[in-house]
Design a protein around this ligand. Structure first.
Ligand code: HEM
Length: 458
């Protein structure tokens, strides 16, 4: 079988480039080889075919000749465990998705509106005037509190604070290029005690596990069917034979939601604050729209605002925080962009490259929310949350949360970027994040409705 072209450099050099500058690397490959190319990293024996043409994206996400097995997400195993949704296959994956989906959709999800608003007001009330701070950190505090409440029904208290702190510390450990190298290259994952790099990480995970298992055991002992948080739901769930989930299965699913559900949304929010303040026209238009709402608006009214929706969509288009889909695997020979790919071939969709296509998004490097007011894009042209059987479980919650947090903060506070330089996208773990976390300055509460969004602090 002839695979699509691949860069001629050594696999080690490719891995370094992929870790240090994923955007630059994908763009360079696309320029040289087009909409389909092969990558092989020193971390794995298998080659991965990367595609960015909507027709190819559609095939990999929807064809029954391509599947989405859990083993391709093995880099997540050391943190999330074997029973994580990411690692499950076929039927068990579908069954678990069905179980976890309701709290992230419809009625149940919209009930989090008040909570998101309260948490946002509480966290931002601690802002100190005229002192630069990275807004991504504040956003992480908000999104972590929301997911802890949704997942455990925990708000404040000792366990809440401890889990929050330990998960943050653990994710921080793999957000640097060296940390990302450790997660991408399994042969480096040797636990030689807490003084060794991987040993430190493994120790942190054990500390988190202790808390999670203690909470699971405590909640098992006083099961309350009236509670609506996800842990209660999972504790009550039974399969066809009447079996419930084991503690290890519960731990893996809780960890999955905590990890997947907070840094992603926080990073997207940091990018949104950057663009809104970088481009005063965008900020002004957005404030006009927010000011048109009545006082204490209904979360649903905020959710439906067209320009706010367009700003969030464009934020996730220009720098999608998840750069690629999860890997897919060909299970029966399939033609993609002129290549016959044989069973076993791994294929991945580049969300970043698809979102940068000039034929879909003219002037792709420009932030233009209007594209989403005037145009419609298919799920294979615009896919910040992936698609098909592994489409992001938290998509609706993330979109809802982004809009409520932005609306609450922008309509009540006066913020500015700490400096006017353009911010570059960099890798933070497996996410595409703004370098420096977007330093902003809080200039005070917004006093009257006609005050515009400040762009850069004077
Ligand atoms: C802006 C925020 C977010 C972005 C951009 C994002 C993006 C993604 C993407 C691209 C995938 C892979 C989809 C595929 O390969 O087809 C994914 C999977 C997933 N996401 Fe998100 N996500 C976000 C927020 C969340 C939140 C809030 C949760 C928490 C509930 C979450 C939970 C998950 C889970 C559990 C999966 C795995 C699904 C499966 O394997 O079936 N995500 N996400």
């Amino acid at each position: 079988m002839k695979l699509p072209d691949e860069p001629k450099t050594s696999s080690l050099l490719r891995t370094i480039k992929w870790i240090r500058d994923p955007v630059g690397y994908m763009e360079a490959c696309q320029k040289k080889y087009g909409d389909i190319f092969t990558l092989q990293f020193s971390s794995s024996q298998e080659s991965v075919v990367m595609v960015s043409h909507p027709q190819a994206i559609k095939k990999i996400l929807t064809s029954d000749r391509v599947s989405a097995p859990g083993y391709t997400n093995k880099i997540l195993r050391p943190l999330l465990g074997n029973n994580s949704l990411f690692l499950l296959d076929e039927e068990s994956h579908q069954r678990q998705r069905k179980l976890l989906m309701p709290p992230f959709h419809g009625e149940r999800m919209f009930q989090y509106g008040q909570l998101i608003d309260d948490i946002t007001k509480k966290v931002t009330s601690k802002w100190v005037t005229n002192k630069p701070f990275p807004i991504r950190e504040t956003m992480k505090e908000i999104t972590m509190s929301v997911i802890l409440q949704a997942v455990f029904g925990l708000y404040e208290g000792e366990i809440f604070q401890q889990i929050k702190k330990l998960i943050s510390e653990r994710l921080e450990m793999t957000s640097t290029p060296w940390g990302a190298t450790l997660i991408l290259i399994p042969s480096l994952q040797k636990d030689w005690g807490t003084w060794s790099p991987w040993g430190k990480i493994a120790h942190k995970v054990r500390q988190i596990d202790e808390l999670l298992y203690a909470e699971i055991s405590d909640r098992r002992s006083k099961l309350d069917p009236s509670r609506t948080d996800i842990l209660s739901l999972l504790l009550l769930a039974r399969d066809d034979e009447g079996r419930g989930l084991t503690d290890v299965e519960l731990r893996d699913e809780l960890m999955t939601l905590l990890v997947a559900g907070h840094e992603t949304t926080a990073t997207a929010l940091a990018w949104a604050f950057y663009w809104i303040h970088k481009l005063p026209k965008v900020g002004k238009k957005l404030l006009n729209e927010l000011d048109s709402l009545e006082d204490n608006p209904d979360p649903m009214a905020i959710f439906r605002l067209p320009y706010l929706t367009a700003v969030c969509n464009e934020t996730l288009r220009i720098y999608p925080v998840a750069m690629t889909t999860l890997p897919r695997v060909v299970n029966s020979t399939i033609e993609i962009m002129g290549y016959q790919l044989e069973p076993g071939t791994e294929v991945i969709g580049s969300i970043y490259l698809t979102h940068q296509r000039e034929d879909l998004y003219p002037e792709p490097k420009q932030f233009k929310p209007e594209r989403f007011l005037h145009g419609q894009f298919s799920p294979y042209e615009y896919l910040p949350f992936g698609g098909g059987s592994r489409r992001c479980l938290g998509m609706a919650l993330a979109q809802f949360e982004m809009k409520l947090v932005l609306a609450t903060i922008l309509s009540r506070t006066q913020l500015a970027l700490a400096d006017s330089r353009s911010i570059k996208p960099i890798r933070r773990g497996i996410l595409l994040a703004p370098a420096g976390g977007v330093k902003m300055i809080f200039q005070g509460q917004r006093q009257c409705q006609d005050l515009p969004v400040e762009s850069v602090a004077s």
